[in-house]
Structures are given as structure tokens and as C-alpha cells.
Design a protein. Structure first.
Length: 106
């Protein structure tokens, strides 16, 4: 009985979260043009553990500001190398900088 209840609760939680994530656009909204970018791969693998793509779409920052944002996450416990930070800041500054075209959720 406990296993069935746990499964039911887990299913309901997933059902509640999935539509909200779909509204956000999901990882596909992270610059399809740069699909093979190592920076994009890192952002998907590291940032999406805690954030949705709306954080990136809404903050039109230049590369330097994105780097500061990523370092702030390191201050909160993220374990990333300086090379990973550089790649993520380069990607975010290009795809989600002030001069980038507006991101459209998919």
C-alpha cells in the first residue's frame, strides 16, 4: 500500500511540474543556433539543475555580467573550473546579451 501511495504522489508531482516547465520553453529555448556549442552544453548540464530557461531569456546581460553571475553561483557552492565558467559566459553573452535577438520560448 505504501509503495502505491508513493508512486501516486510522485506521479502527481511530475504531472504538476511538467506543464510549468513546458511553458518556460525548456532547454530547447537556449539558442538553437548554437546547438553544438560547448558553452550551451555546460549551461544545460549545470545551470538547469536549479534554473529554468526564463532566467536566461529575461536577463539580457553582456558577457562580463554573465561571468559575474556564474561566479556568484560558484560562491553559492557550484563547482566549476575557470574554463567552464569562461565557456558558459561566452555562450550566455552571445546568445542572451543585450544585442542578441529576443529569445522566443518553444
Amino acid at each position: 500500500m505504501t509503495l502505491r501511495l508513493s508512486t501516486l504522489i510522485a506521479g502527481l508531482m511530475i504531472a504538476a511540474i511538467a506543464p510549468a516547465f513546458a511553458q518556460e520553453g525548456g532547454p530547447g529555448a537556449l539558442g538553437a543556433a548554437a546547438a553544438n556549442s560547448p558553452g550551451r552544453t555546460l549551461v544545460l548540464g549545470k545551470c538547469f539543475q536549479c534554473h529554468t530557461d526564463s532566467m536566461f531569456r529575461d536577463q539580457r546581460q553582456d558577457r562580463r555580467a554573465w561571468e559575474a553571475t556564474v561566479y556568484r553561483m560558484v560562491g553559492r557552492g557550484a563547482l566549476w573550473t575557470s574554463e567552464e565558467i569562461r565557456l558558459m559566459a561566452d555562450f550566455l553573452g552571445t546568445e542572451f546579451g543585450p544585442a542578441a535577438p529576443p529569445a522566443i520560448p518553444r
